[in-house]
Design a protein around this ligand. Structure first.
Ligand SMILES: [Zn+2]
Length: 680
């Protein structure tokens, strides 16, 4: 057994002062919390700014305090051992626990900076000839000096940053402290560093918790009398299981509301690294976001030659609508950035006395706000997409009876330069988020997540040649002689299938056959297979019950898919446009309708969707699932093989299509997969 930590964000709507019983409404509570976060932030910012130097970061790296002892892992204790503590401003009283919280946050900011520092020095040490496109050897050199688990998006962003510095100064930055200013300190209080003298937290039931915290009554408290215990009732979201253990939260104020980021721990069963017989492989699609397939190891059977038998059913999460949206938003963001920079340049050229200054400054600020909002929109959409796709992938694996999910290693994926023109739409950041989310969600179901080498997954045939027969890629199955991307064709065995599906089959076979070489990262626990073991994937369809329409067609000896009898005469021209609702024809058309009908009065543009395109969290156990469409095995059995209620899995997005999650029929002769059991 192990524990899984997740964070639920709750809102405190009101509080009670413990001593007097006075009810504190949300605005006043938010103000008091803001005073507390302000006090802590001031101290944190002063510590970080004072220690933003090569010597001090070196001291933190050395891991030894002033007395020569090893620094403790607790951040605030490390700061004190190093003698970096800073007191509050003169005349302000804060208790020692608030100082601890501030020091903890400073230590976390500085320790995060150490990670960036290692990255910067590694990238500078292995600076490529062309920073825009590293060659394979340059990637290998960089990966050799980088710590494990650094995503490609991080590397790209840091490379860009160093390149900008190089352009401006014509010399490499000597250290991170030269490259960037001290990190900005978030306005929040990390209560994890405090104890019962600053906060207590207890659960009041399945859906509630009580947070007691000492808050200042004035902005600059002069003595202990200016602090009082407040009791904040919290409503826990349904994602927090009743048996979850609550930990000390981080408190912040966002948009006038007191937000409590509450970490909680749930016990989980650790999935074994080896011994898997059924696995699910997913490929980072070119055509789709994720393409998957289920494979079973054929060992211990008569045909035991290290083969993998694939499920005939391709799984696809097609998010090209959202990818296109993200692409548009990113283009818009680029445009706004350019505009903002231009305005800043113009502003720098004129003095505040200039009559144009005020107008230009206002415009510049407006663009800045818009840019920030756009960035937030992209961030939220990325996150929603990543979680929706991950939920889908894990559901597919669990319901197919798979005990392991195989993914391509993002590091090797980047190195082989597959991110070409066709693949640029999906940012590497979303992929990183998806890997993280799949790891988190799979852990809840005791499903292992293992990355396999990405090299050559879409190059060779999954059905023949043990990874030696090369596929030809063409635009479509009926254009096998042309050059293209989306379709794969094997001249040796005649396999003709979607490119990503072939790659997913290769991935699942690499994973299942090479599972004895699985390595677990010591600190992150991430599992990878680095050795490539090639094998062929045979395809076997599951027995499928014919649909009612098919049975009727067979009984009555009729065609299941009859062609339309006659040509539809009305469709020999383009569909006419609807009349636009200009004020003139608005009055004309509404004249004939009932004036009392509110639907007629409240006319909105038909182009504006009335529903939001973000996932709605359903109140279901076992994790958050978008759009409230949790598959329910065993209750009404709505998901039977060959009986699909919805043509697509509900993803929470209007423009994403995904293969529905089905409870499948018996997985050949392995009885344990007959009824997939959800591990809550
Ligand atoms: Zn082949």
């Amino acid at each position: 057994m192990s524990t899984l930590t997740a964070t639920a964000t709750c809102t405190a709507h009101a509080a009670t002062v413990e001593k007097t019983g006075e009810v504190v409404a949300q605005p006043l509570l938010a103000q008091r919390v803001a005073w507390l976060t302000g006090l802590a932030r001031d101290i944190t910012a002063r510590i970080v700014a004072a220690r933003w130097s090569v010597a001090d970061l070196d001291a933190l790296v050395s891991g030894r305090g002033l007395d020569g002892r090893v620094l403790p892992s607790k951040g605030w204790m490390a700061v004190r051992r190093l003698g970096w503590g800073v007191g509050p401003r003169p005349g302000v009283y804060v208790c020692d626990r608030v100082l601890r919280c501030a020091q903890e946050q400073a230590a976390r900011a500085l320790r995060l900076a150490l990670h960036r520092r290692v990255m910067v020095s590694a990238i500078v040490a292995s600076w490529p000839r062309d920073p825009g496109a590293r060659t394979d050897t340059e990637w290998a050199a960089l990966r050799a000096v980088l710590p494990g688990g650094v995503s490609a998006a991080e590397i790209r962003n840091r490379t860009r940053q160093i390149r900008a510095y190089l352009d401006a100064h014509e010399v490499f930055p000597a250290d991170l402290t030269e490259l960037e200013d001290p990190p900005k300190v978030a306005t929040q209080v990390v209560l994890a560093a405090a104890d019962r003298q600053l906060l207590t937290l207890e659960r009041t039931g399945e859906r509630g918790a009580l947070l007691r915290v000492r808050l200042p009554l004035v902005e600059f408290p002069a003595s202990a009398r200016d602090w009082a215990w407040h009791v904040l009732p919290l409503a826990l979201p349904p994602t927090v299981a009743p048996e979850a253990k609550l930990c000390a939260p981080t408190v912040r104020v966002s948009k006038g509301r007191v937000r409590v980021d509450l970490p909680f721990q749930i016990p989980i069963t650790v999935a074994p690294a080896t011994g898997h017989t059924v696995g699910c492989g997913f490929d980072w699609g070119l055509n789709t976001l994720l393409t998957g397939t289920v494979g079973e190891l054929a060992e211990g059977r008569e045909t035991s030659d290290g083969r993998v038998i694939g499920d005939g059913r391709p799984l696809a999460y097609d998010a090209r609508g959202i990818s296109a949206k993200l692409h548009r938003l990113r283009a818009e963001r680029q445009h706004l950035t350019a505009k903002h920079r231009h305005q800043e340049r113009l502003l720098a050229q004129i003095t505040p006395a200039d009559p144009r200054f005020a107008r230009l400054a206002a415009a510049c600020q407006r663009i800045g706000v818009e840019h920030e909002r756009l960035c937030a929109r992209i961030r939220h959409l990325n996150k929603a997409l990543a979680w929706s796709a991950s939920r889908w992938a894990v559901d597919q694996a669990v319901f197919a009876g798979a005990t392991v999910i195989y993914l391509e290693d993002l590091a090797t994926l980047e190195a082989r330069g597959r991110r070409g023109r066709a693949n640029a739409r999906l940012s590497g950041q979303v992929r990183g988020q998806i890997v993280e989310a799949i790891r988190h969600l799979a852990a809840k179901h005791a499903v292992a997540v293992v990355t396999v080498p990405a090299r050559g997954t879409s190059r060779c045939c999954p059905r023949c040649g043990q990874g030696t027969s090369v596929l030809t890629h063409c635009p479509a199955p009926d254009r096998l002689t042309e050059k293209g991307w989306t379709w794969a064709y094997c001249p040796a065995c005649g396999l003709s299938c979607d490119r990503d599906r072939a790659a997913a089959e290769r991935i699942v076979s690499r994973g299942l056959l090479g599972q004895n070489a699985t390595r677990t990262h010591r600190s992150t626990g991430a599992r990878t297979i680095v050795t490539v073991v090639e094998g062929n994937v045979a395809r076997a369809r599951r027995p499928r019950k014919p649909t009612r329409a098919a049975r009727r067609a067979r009984r009555t000896r009729t065609d299941l898919h009859p062609r339309p009898a006659a040509r539809d005469r009305s469709k020999n021209r383009p569909t006419p446009k609807r009349p636009t609702r200009t004020p003139n024809n608005l009055t004309n058309t509404s004249a004939g309708r009932s004036a009392n009908n509110p639907a007629d009065q409240a006319m909105t543009s038909s182009r504006v969707p009335d529903r939001r395109t973000v996932p709605v969290p359903p109140p279901a156990s076992g994790g958050q699932r978008p759009a409230g469409h949790a598959p329910k095995p065993g209750r009404h059995q709505p998901y039977r093989t060959g009986h699909v209620r919805n043509s697509h899995h509900r993803t929470g997005f209007h423009h994403a299509k995904a293969t529905p999650v089905l409870t499948l029929t018996e997985h050949r002769d392995s009885p344990k997969q007959t009824t997939p059991v959800r591990v809550a």
